[in-house]
Design a protein around this ligand. Sequence first.
Ligand code: F6R
Length: 613
Amino acid sequence: MCGIVGYIGKRPIVNTLLNGLKRLEYRGYDSAGIAVVEDDNIKLIKKPGKVSNLQNSIEIEWPGYENIEFNLGIAHTRWATHGTPVEKNAHPHIDDKQSFSVVHNGIIENYSSIKKQLIKKGHKFSSDTDSEVIAHLISELYEGDFVKAVAAALKQLHGTYGVAVISKYHNDRIIVARKGSPIVIGVGNDEMIIGSDVSALISYTRKVIYLNDNDIAILKKNDIEIIDVENIPVTRETAHIDWDPASAEKSGYDHFMLKEIFEQPESIKNAIRGRLNFETGSPILQGLGFVPKEMVELSNIVIAACGTSFYAGLVGEYYFEDLANITTEVAQAAEFRYRNPIIQPHTMVIAVSQSGETADTLAAVREAKQKGALVAGLCNTVGSTIAREAGVGVYLHAGPEIGVASTKAFTCQVVIMLMMALKFGRSHRLSRQKGLEISKEITEIPKLVEEVLKSAQEIEKIAKKYASVKNAFYIGRGYLYPVALEGALKLKEISYIHAEGYHAAELKHGPIALLEERIPVIALANDVPGKDKIIGNIQECKARKSPVIATATAGDNEIEEHADDVIWIPKCSNFINPIPTVVALQLFSYYVAKEKGCSIDQPRNLAKSVTVE
Ligand code: F6R
């Protein structure tokens, strides 16, 4: 969602901020802006549209900006929540005395009552946003002490925030704070870089400090002080980021999404590396940290997640029940805390989140802890809020995922849940022999994915054929049912084709009414249990004139009699099938969207990390 950058130090301020914004473009946004302090003035430019629009305006309005010695600055990419994406609503916001400027991620729930009070006191507002009240409130409360004014203002806010504030009265510091919306501080030599995620600062420093909720940090170029809203000093550890900035580049691919699809053999290898144990058949997942007794006693699992991570959770449900014999439920994270879930003793809640910052999944983690569950995070982003708050968990090691549509995170989530299920299974009824067999099959997954990637051109041909459709159905059964849901989500989010994923048997209970010759059905008809029934379902679709694209197991040529087009998936076990199959569906969506000329890495209305409810 929105992105924050801030900088104080020796580098050219505007260039550094613009570079940071460009690194955050992947999060999805609709406007951008920048504010700098020059001596004792705040200068501000904001524009709807891309960071390049902002840069063009800066070149016109601040000629020679590269050589101007600004003191410090903040910048923002906005994803509209309150108010349309127009210039006045873009961040940074500034109070009407032009004294304090703010960039904000999150939602201020009580902004309207604060705004009314401030208007009564004579403040003039210039935007429709909730965020603008923060700048006015700080200005209203300011009596010469910047930190005190910020802390007093934050105490009045209900909702969530990650903020960076600058003041014309204090040209040597930026104040940042967080509650529910992440802020990372990059610590350099005589410089501090702020980001709402590490991508904004990774090319400058690997040394970072993650703020916790209610922290306020006062940043000078060579000093950092962290306090809480009650002005009590707090200590936060410095962490080291070990991913390579080059991994956040496109490396010759047309889109990050394509690059990330093709990275999957490698990202899956990284997710597996050092974790399989060919002595015991029970994977080594150090981060889980549960003692063997807790593993043996584990009787229930609840997986909480959103979107693609939710669908990965549905595959996980099959693994935990099939391999570990543990009753498993997959919960929509957004509903988890509102439906007052019953957490039985010996329940583990697994929060699955690529970003580790999804607001609803984070809230589920907090609710689960409150109810006494064992909580584990399955996150990609190291040091993310969910990873830290869950306390224990397993990192995906998928590397940075920049394309808004999740691809490599999904396959790594599935592989990790397979390893977790294997581990829990070995603590329950699963034999060593079976554990070793499954471990061996897990090592084969990267090769299977490579096989699918080799057929990218054939998939592209099929995708081109169907790129003009307006609607599509995906159907699957068993392990491939969640893959049908994920396939449909991928198609709709990047190609804007209305696509629905269904259990194949459910089609007859309503949706079949829609089928006709302009609505293709993508049937996951791999040679796994349930295949015969899927073939029956394909007949039902053909009888309604829907064209059928089938995924099928290599060598199972019988399928060609039933389907109009076939995407071949290499032969593998039932429980491994979701992984190569989803890769084929990712490619299919990608090529459909490419054919339609869609904005693949930043689809309209979508944000990479959904940090509001
Ligand atoms: C779809 C997609 C989203 C995310 C969802 C959860 O391609 O990326 O549906 O999966 O917003 O995000 P995380 O996994 O970061 O919690």
